[in-house]
Design a protein around this ligand. Structure first.
Ligand code: DAH
Length: 387
């Protein structure tokens, strides 16, 4: 059906844009039917003819009819449309005998040429037949997504969330966690220190926290037992980046302190958490380990999610668990009574457990990622897969 200029009821920018786009689409469409000079004259008169051309009509129906307070905006838009229509009609003109360039397959919209005599804004190329610019939707980063998932498993068990600073003192990162000065366990942490602090006492010196465990101390300083907290966050170590190491990574720490908390509670809690994260068929085992702030300490292993814990798959040894059937995932233990002394808890009355897990490690296993660097180098082709 041939285009007719509608009367407007809505004078908003949005409505005008819509009406303008419709008009220009009609111009575009009708231009393709222009096959000779006579066609073009009719086309020209219909669109820009003074008597009753489309431009004259929009002057009357859109601009003159506009309410007073909308006049300025409407005028500006009508002007833009006029320039585009004029340019479009001119672009369709051709000497007798020549084929409309648009039909000859140049494939160019009549609106795609700059308005040659354009004054004002519409001088840029505009091809309304092109798709619009789509703005890509963002997606949650896989590390944040995994961290939120871990936290929500514990929130469902009644834990609350605590956070602490990334620039930490030696006291919180080490001393109050029962790492004495010069203790060799400090060497396992590959610490990045802030420079030029030799004049300060050791406990006040600043460093980039190497784990989220200092938030245990900060939480216990803040609250009396019972305590049940998880502490997600970023940590830093002096490690060279490779497929399995990154100098910046993330951990989720957990702490539960109350009366009569036992190793059974620790086992039951972490077994539940691993099943919630990796599926109910996953098994856990607790392997003796050492951390200064827990006694006894354990590493938690889960049955290998790639070979179902058998150690073999696809007719050979499972490369993910090195045929052991188990994958080591996190550290934990019963809070060492020495730690309670730093926060004024009575070690004879309370007991508790703590655990700490690496978020990247869990994400790598959950999503089958083979290089930790993929999380950090910002390649959208990787990241958008988690949207
Ligand atoms: N902070 C330890 C690390 O980064 C992990 C850890 C082990 C945290 C045992 C704990 C724990 O709370 O009880 O290596």
């Amino acid at each position: 059906m041939a285009y007719t200029v509608p009367k407007l009821k809505d004078w908003s920018a949005k409505a005008l844009d819509k009406a303008g786009a419709k008009l220009l689409a009609a111009l575009e469409q009708e231009s393709t039917a222009v096959k000779n000079k006579a066609d073009w004259k009719t086309f020209r008169d219909r669109w820009i003819g003074r008597k009753n051309g489309v431009l004259t009509q929009i002057n009357d129906l859109w601009l003159k009819a506009a309410p007073k307070d909308a006049k300025r905006d409407v005028g500006q838009r009508v002007n833009e449309i006029k320039q585009q229509v004029t340019a479009g009609v001119e672009a369709t003109a051709f000497p007798e005998g020549q084929v409309n360039p648009r039909i000859a397959g140049e494939g160019r919209s009549v609106l795609s040429r700059p308005a040659s005599r354009g004054v004002g804004t519409v001088t840029a190329a505009l091809d309304i037949s092109l798709p619009g610019n789509r703005r890509a939707l963002g997606a949650e980063h896989p590390i944040i997504k995994t961290m939120n998932e871990i936290v929500s498993v514990f929130r469902n068990l009644g834990y609350s969330v605590e956070e602490g600073p990334e620039i930490e003192t030696d006291y919180y990162n080490f001393e109050a966690l029962n790492f004495p000065p010069n203790h060799p366990a400090r060497d396992t942490q590959d610490t990045l220190f802030i420079a030029n602090q030799e004049s300060k006492p050791l406990r006040d010196r600043l460093l980039l926290r190497t784990h989220t465990s200092p938030v245990q101390i900060r939480s216990m300083e803040k609250m009396k037992p019972p305590v049940r907290v998880v502490c997600p966050g970023k940590v830093h170590r002096n490690d060279a980046p490779d497929a399995t190491h990154s100098p910046i990574f993330h951990q989720v720490e957990g702490l539960a302190v109350d009366t009569n908390i036992t190793f059974c509670d620790l086992k039951g809690t972490l077994d539940h958490a691993m099943k919630a994260l990796f599926g109910s068929s996953v098994k856990t085992r607790f392997y003796p380990s050492y951390f200064p702030f827990t006694e006894p300490s354990a590493d938690v292993q889960i049955s290998c999610i790639f070979c179902g814990g058998t150690g073999y798959r696809d007719g050979g040894r499972c490369p993910n668990c090195k045929a052991s059937g188990w994958i080591e995932l996190l550290g934990c233990g019963m809070v060492d009574p020495n730690v309670y002394r730093f926060v004024d808890y009575d070690a004879r009355k309370v007991s508790g457990f703590a655990f700490g897990m690496g978020v990247e490690r869990i994400a790598i296993l959950k999503y089958g990622v083979d290089d930790i660097q993929l999380f950090f180098n910002g390649d959208a082709r990787f990241l958008e897969q988690f949207g």
